[in-house]
Write a new protein. Structure first.
Length: 217
């Protein structure tokens, strides 16, 4: 499962309702890891409403029913960030991710991280940061596996990953994956329409059958 291709699609303003539905589906423990505290429904709604799609990037993975099962938020910071061991300048991006519980263990978090790294590289980002609770070992493991340096500060940790410069290959990779993900989404969307149409026809046929049966009784 780790090396299967996963269609990751860039999300836009029109996806806010689906983003909200995804995050509201997280239980208290998942909200705690994603936001650093057990965020309430109202706090999540404000977070989703405050996403600036013109500045940040939101990526999502859809299942066959077009449910948003995993999302990543890539937030760009144009100001310098300084810590004890990271005082160099350069454009920075921060990564956050959430995956619905029943879809865990399929590598979706890692795939979203890799996709975000590629996307950030191609936009001149030099460093990627992940801010997470120290007990959020799965997230920190993803960052460490990519070569990030993790700095612990009590119950919180910052993982810093220095990105390679973009090149022709990285831009081609992103272009191909985006086109493939869009094609996958459109196929799922049309497939869903066919399923809904068949369901409507079946329901109408059953209604007609019941009506005729009632007339003959």
């Amino acid at each position: 499962m780790r090396f299967r291709w996963v269609p990751i699609r860039s999300l836009s303003e029109r996806h806010r309702p689906r983003l909200l539905a995804h995050l509201l589906a997280l239980d208290d423990a998942d909200r705690y890891f994603r936001f650093g505290h057990p965020a309430s429904d109202e706090q999540i709604a404000r977070y989703v409403e405050g996403i600036d799609f013109r500045h940040d990037e939101i990526f999502g993975i859809f299942n066959r029913r077009l449910e948003l099962i995993a999302i990543a938020h890539l937030a760009y910071h144009d100001t310098d960030v300084e810590t004890e061991s990271e005082a160099d300048s350069g454009r920075l991006a921060e990564f956050g991710v959430s995956v619905l519980k029943r879809y865990r263990g399929r590598g979706f978090g890692s795939r979203l991280f890799e996709h975000s790294v590629l996307h950030a590289r191609n936009r001149g980002v030099e460093r990627l940061m992940v801010h997470a609770l120290t007990e959020n070992t799965p997230m920190l493991h993803i960052a460490r596996s990519a070569g990030a340096v993790v700095e612990r500060a009590g119950g919180e940790s910052d993982a810093w990953l220095k990105l390679s410069p973009d090149d022709v290959g990285s831009h081609i990779d992103e272009l191909l994956t985006e086109h493939a993900a869009e094609l996958d989404y459109q196929l799922k969307r049309h497939g869903r329409r066919i399923v809904d149409l068949v369901g409507s026809i079946t329901e109408a046929s059953a209604h007609i059958h019941r009506s005729r049966k009632g007339d003959t009784e």
